[in-house]
Design a binder for this molecule. Structure first.
Ligand code: HEC
Length: 121
C-alpha cells in the first residue's frame, strides 16, 4: 500500500495545489487502479472481502473527486479529498490498522502520513 496507494493519494493533493487538473485526473485514475489491483491481490482480509470494503468506502469520494476535477471545482475537490482521507482511515480502523493514520497534507507538512514516524519530504 505504501508503494502504490499512499504516494498517489499525496500526489493527488499536490496536483490540486498546483491547479494541475489534468494531472489530478491522471493520479485519480492511478489511485483507482491501485485499489483494484490491491483487491485482486488480497481478495480477503480476515473474513472480510477487501474489494467490497474498498468499494463501499471509496466509491462516493472517487465519484465526487471525478466530478470536481471535471468541473475544475476546487472547493468540491477539497471536500471530496477529505472524504477520501476519512475512507482510508475508516478502513484502517475497521481492519485493525488504525495506527496507520492518513491525513490531508497542509502547508507545514505536505506528507499525508500522521504520527511521529511519518516520513517528511
Ligand atoms: C479497503 C481497506 C483499505 C482502504 C480503503 C485503505 N487502506 Fe491502507 N491499509 C489497509 C490494510 C489492510 C493495511 C495493512 C496491510 C498492508 O500493509 O497492506 C493498510 C496499510 C496502509 C499503509 C501502511 C504502509 C504499508 O503498506 O505497510 C498505508 C501508508 C496506507 N494503508 C495508506 C492508505 C491510504 C493513503 C488510503 C486512502 C487513499 C488507504 N490506505 C485506504 C486497508 C485499506
Amino acid at each position: 500500500m505504501i508503494e502504490t496507494i499512499q504516494p498517489r493519494h499525496e500526489r493527488l493533493w499536490r496536483a490540486w495545489q498546483d491547479g494541475s487538473w489534468d494531472f489530478a485526473a491522471y493520479e485519480l485514475g492511478n489511485l483507482k487502479g491501485a485499489f483494484n489491483r490491491l483487491g485482486h491481490a488480497h481478495p480477503t482480509q480476515g473474513n472480510i472481502s477487501l474489494p467490497d470494503m474498498i468499494t463501499s468506502v471509496t466509491e462516493q469520494p472517487f465519484n465526487e473527486l471525478g466530478t470536481a476535477i471535471q468541473s475544475k471545482d476546487g472547493a468540491a475537490f477539497a471536500k471530496a479529498y477529505t472524504d477520501l482521507t476519512d475512507a482510508c482511515n475508516s478502513c484502517h480502523q475497521a481492519l485493525n490498522h488504525g495506527v496507520v493514520e492518513i491525513r490531508v497534507p497542509n502547508r507545514t507538512s505536505t506528507s499525508d502520513l500522521g504520527g511521529t514516524s511519518a516520513p517528511r519530504n
